[in-house]
Design a protein around this ligand. Structure first.
Ligand code: G
Ligand code: G
Ligand code: G
Ligand code: MN
Ligand code: NA
Length: 252
C-alpha cells in the first residue's frame, strides 16, 4: 500500500533516472548501442528495484506515465549525443516497453510523434518488448510493431526463449532483433543443451533476418563461444554494467 502511494510520486517528484548499459558488436568490440534501464529512488521508501516496482506499476496503471517518461528521457539523451556528433552511424538506443504500454491505444502514435519531434533517424531507436507483450493479442501486437518497423524504428524481443511458442511469434511478428536471455548465456560451457539452444536461436534469428544480442555476458569464455556461433551483439558485466548518463557519455 505504501509502495503504491509512493509510486504515484515517481514521475511528478522527479524520482526516476535512466542508466545505460553498453551494447557491443562482438566481432569488432565496438560500442554500437545501449539499453536504457530504469532506476527509482523514492523520497518516501528509498531505492526500489525495477523487478519489484515495474510489475506493480503495470498492475496500478502507473506504467503508462512511467513509460512515457522513459521514452521522453531516453530520446532526450540520445538526441544530445547525436547532436554532439558522438554516435557511430549504427548506434541505437533500446528502450524497454511493457505489455501494458504496447496494448495502450496511443502507443504507436506516441513513439512516432516523439521520434519525429526529435529529428533523429528512426533507426537510432529500438523498442524492446517481452513475449508477454503480445501473448495477449497477437494480431494487434503485429499491427503495432509493424507500424513501428515500417517507420524505421527497431523492434527487439527481450528475454527470447523464456516464454512459450517463441517460434510461431517469429513467423508473424515484424521484429528486427532477438535478445537471448542471460539464463542461457550463463550456462554456456556448463550445460550442453543450453548451448545448443543458444546456437539454435542464433541460426533461426538469422534465417528470419533478425540480428541477435546475447545478454549477461560475464566471461571471455562465453564471449568466445558466442562469437564462434555468430552472435552479432552482446551486453553484460564483461563489457560494462549499466552506468549513469554522465559515465555513459564519457564512453561515447
Ligand atoms: O536493470 P535491471 O536488471 O535491474 O532491470 C530489471 C528488469 O526491469 C529489466 O530486465 C527490465 O525487464 C525491467 N526494466 C528496466 N527498465 C525498464 C523500463 O524502462 N521499462 C520497463 N517496462 N521495464 C524495465
Ligand atoms: O531488460 P532486462 O530484464 O534483460 O534487463 C537486464 C538486466 O540484467 C538489468 O537489470 C541489468 O542490471 C542486468 N544485467 C546486465 N548485465 C548483466 C550481467 O552480465 N550479469 C547479470 N547477472 N546481470 C546483468
Ligand atoms: O577494449 P577495446 O580497446 O577493444 O575497445 C575498443 C572499443 O570498443 C572501445 O573504444 C569502445 O568503444 C568499445 N568497448 C569495448 N569494451 C567496452 C566496454 O566495456 N564498454 C564500452 N562502453 N565500450 C567498450
Ligand atoms: Mn531489456
Ligand atoms: Na532480458
Amino acid at each position: 500500500r505504501q509502495l503504491r502511494q509512493a509510486l504515484k510520486q515517481a514521475v511528478p517528484g522527479g524520482e526516476l533516472a535512466l542508466v545505460f548499459q553498453p551494447k557491443i558488436d562482438l566481432a569488432s568490440r565496438r560500442l554500437i548501442g545501449a539499453e536504457a534501464l530504469l532506476r527509482w529512488h523514492s523520497a518516501s521508501v528509498g531505492a526500489v528495484r525495477p523487478d519489484l516496482f515495474i510489475p506493480l506499476a503495470e498492475e496500478t496503471g502507473d506504467i503508462l506515465a512511467i513509460g512515457d517518461w522513459v521514452l521522453d528521457e531516453g530520446i532526450r539523451h540520445l538526441r544530445g549525443w547525436h547532436d554532439a556528433g558522438r554516435l557511430a552511424d549504427d548506434f541505437a538506443l533500446a528502450l524497454n516497453v511493457s505489455s501494458r504500454q504496447l496494448q495502450h491505444d496511443g502507443f504507436v502514435e506516441g513513439v512516432l510523434r516523439r521520434v519525429a519531434e526529435s529529428g533523429l533517424p528512426p533507426a537510432r531507436i529500438k523498442i524492446e518488448v517481452t513475449e508477454s507483450g503480445f501473448i495477449h493479442d497477437l494480431k494487434e501486437a503485429q499491427a503495432r510493431l509493424g507500424a513501428l518497423r515500417a517507420a524505421g524504428v527497431g523492434v527487439s524481443i527481450d528475454d527470447f526463449g523464456t516464454g512459450y511458442s517463441s517460434l510461431s511469434y517469429l513467423k508473424s511478428l515484424p521484429v528486427s532483433e532477438l535478445k537471448i536471455d542471460r539464463s542461457f548465456v550463463r550456462e554456456i560451457g556448463h550445460d550442453a543443451d543450453d548451448q545448443k539452444l543458444v546456437e539454435t536461436i542464433i541460426v533461426i534469428a538469422h534465417l528470419f533476418g533478425c540480428s541477435v544480442v546475447a545478454e549477461g555476458i560475464e566471461t571471455e569464455a562465453q564471449l568466445e563461444v558466442l562469437r564462434r556461433l555468430g552472435c552479432d551483439e552482446g551486453q553484460g558485466y564483461l563489457f560494462s554494467p549499466p552506468v549513469s548518463v554522465d559515465e555513459f557519455a564519457r564512453m561515447l
